[in-house]
Design a protein around this ligand. Structure first.
Ligand code: C2E
Ligand code: MG
Ligand code: MG
Ligand code: MG
Length: 288
């Protein structure tokens, strides 16, 4: 009997190993495939920048939009959660990141030409990008090329990105002197949040959606969320809460002089769709 149990354990161990091995192989294959495709994604025209509105919760006015990268090809839709880390690892994030900034500048000009009120566009920036010594010179070039008002561009950086970056403060200060807005993304879930915000001045603080997610069910999280909002206010930053999905969540956030972003208002939309959303939203606001 004992022998049989041993035999079973060995067999299942073997199977587990094999299963794990297969899974690892699948993951590796997928990663190599994604990486190979990513090299050609820009020139194949597979990438697109979509825009998600940010709303001033006191006035319901549009206050900005976040640029979010989308990638679709014959493999289907590939999420930024999957390809951004690969882009970072391979260095492809440098050309891709520059392309995103350029697109955002062009769309910003287009939106204004089509009569939308001017609003800042936020672009996500990876650690690899901001640590690159040519980041600021290249950014200046793009702004000049595209005749972009720096005040209409915000860069979203995560706290953890800044923590491991020696020249962070200097370069952030330089960017702010250019008129570019600095936003700390996913605030509250990175490393060493408080010591980072102690040293670096920012224009905007984006509270990670995990806080709002749990705020309705947990009094503790709700209080914590309110406290983080206060921290943002003390720092004189624009406070944006991510992941507003329901009217109940919105109610928690209203009349605090803050901003919200989430599926309740809209998902990220292609530039043209964003314009349509804008006019519909605008008309609805004027009527009510
Ligand atoms: P993030 O910057 O924190 O962006 C917010 C993410 O939350 C987006 O996911 C957005 O679609 C999603 N989101 C917005 N509202 C809601 C909501 O109400 N509920 C829920 N559940 N989710 C919501 P997405 O587009 O998949 O992007 C994921 C992450 O990928 C981004 O997180 C950002 O870190 C990164 N990313 C996206 N585009 C770029 C880019 O152009 N460059 C870089 N470096 N990173 C990017
Ligand atoms: Mg972001
Ligand atoms: Mg975020
Ligand atoms: Mg993020």
């Amino acid at each position: 009997k004992a022998d049989f149990a041993m035999y079973l354990a060995k067999e299942s161990g073997k199977n587990n190993y094999k299963f794990y091995d297969d899974e690892l192989n699948q993951k590796m294959k997928r990663k190599i495939m994604v990486e190979t495709r990513l090299h050609k994604a820009i020139e194949n025209g597979e990438l697109a920048v979509h825009y998600q509105p940010q709303i001033d919760l006191s006035t319901s006015a549009l206050a900005g939009a976040e640029a979010l990268l989308r990638w679709e090809n014959d493999l289907g839709y590939i999420s930024p959660g999957e390809f951004i880390p690969i882009a970072e690892e391979t260095g492809l994030i440098i050309p891709i990141g520059e392309w995103v900034i350029r697109q955002a500048c062009r769309h910003s000009k287009e939106f204004r030409a089509h009569g939308l009120e001017p609003f800042p566009i936020s672009v996500n920036i990876s650690t690899k990008q901001i640590m690159n010594p040519s980041f600021i010179p290249r950014l200046k070039e793009i702004l000049l090329d595209e005749q972009m008002t720096p005040e209409l561009l915000t860069l979203e950086i995560t706290e953890s990105a800044l923590l491991f970056y020696e020249d962070a403060k200097e370069n952030i200060d330089e960017l702010r002197q250019l008129g570019i807005g600095i936003s700390i993304d996913d605030f509250g879930v990175g490393y060493s949040s408080l010591s980072m915000i102690k040293d670096i001045e920012m224009d905007e603080l984006k509270i990670d959606q995990r806080f709002l997610n749990d705020a309705l069910e947990s009094k503790r999280v709700h209080s914590l969320l309110k406290t983080i909002i206060k921290i943002g206010k003390v720092l004189k930053a624009k406070v944006v809460v991510e992941g507003v999905e329901t009217a109940e969540q919105l109610e928690l956030l209203m009349s605090r002089g803050i901003y919200g972003q989430g599926f309740f208002y809209s998902r990220a939309l292609p530039a043209q769709e964003f314009e349509k959303w804008y006019w519909k939203y605008y008309r609805k606001r004027i009527k009510s």
